[in-house]
Design a protein around this ligand. Sequence first.
Ligand SMILES: CCCCCCCCCCCCC/C=C/[C@@H](O)[C@H](COP(=O)(O)O)NC(=O)CCCCCCCCCCCCCCC
Length: 216
Amino acid sequence: MADVVEDQKFSLKEVLDTFQSCLTDNKEILIDQYVAGWRGLVRFMNSLGTIFSFISKDAVGKIQIMANHRKGGHGEQYETVQSMVKYELAHGLVDLTKRADHPESGCRTTLRLHRALRWLELFLERLRTSGEDGKTSAMCAEAYNESLAHHHSWIIRKASLMAFCALPGRATFFEVMNVGTPDQVVTMLGEALPLIAEVYQITEELYAKNNLLDLP
Ligand SMILES: CCCCCCCCCCCCC/C=C/[C@@H](O)[C@H](COP(=O)(O)O)NC(=O)CCCCCCCCCCCCCCC
């Protein structure tokens, strides 16, 4: 796991830059950069406390699956989300209706991260527009209930909502982001969000077009 999540100081700028660099000129999504964006986010989450380790563990597992696809014999087919979808569908490498021979397909793994990206977008938007006394746990829970919660079991929903209660207040949260003053954080969020939303939208449309939005 050490090669997946290194112990470096997190900066939100890094996520902004990484998600920016994952979009090619013709709007394809580069998997290396997409996965690197998630690595940065997981690193940040780890710095918030061990209560988030069950989330971190799942995310790291998925990051590792995608890294393995890239390192594997067909790694070049996994350069972008678009080429991955084309390759895996053409070769019958995706379990479409029930989990069977391909529980670690790139398509279903990316779908899980993709759904989490929607949570991130909703959460960051709430953080950006919140007042000084805004409650991060409530913002996080609202964003979760509007997105990922629809795809999680009762027990995962309960555990997640409990973990969110351990989130630090807005001021501390902004400090840990390591970006600068609260105003600078808000500016950074304003710059990062349209890119995250674009990456999400492109993936959503690609998955919808290929009937992949409900992969088991
Ligand atoms: C900062 C607070 C962090 C809040 C994180 C909110 C996301 C909550 C996700 C809860 C996942 C619980 C663990 C288990 C999940 C799996 O069941 C489930 C389904 O997988 P399966 O089909 O293979 O079984 N997995 C998933 O939905 C993927 C979850 C991936 C979560 C990645 C979360 C990374 C969070 C990074 C936070 C960074 C905040 C940055 C703010 C500037």
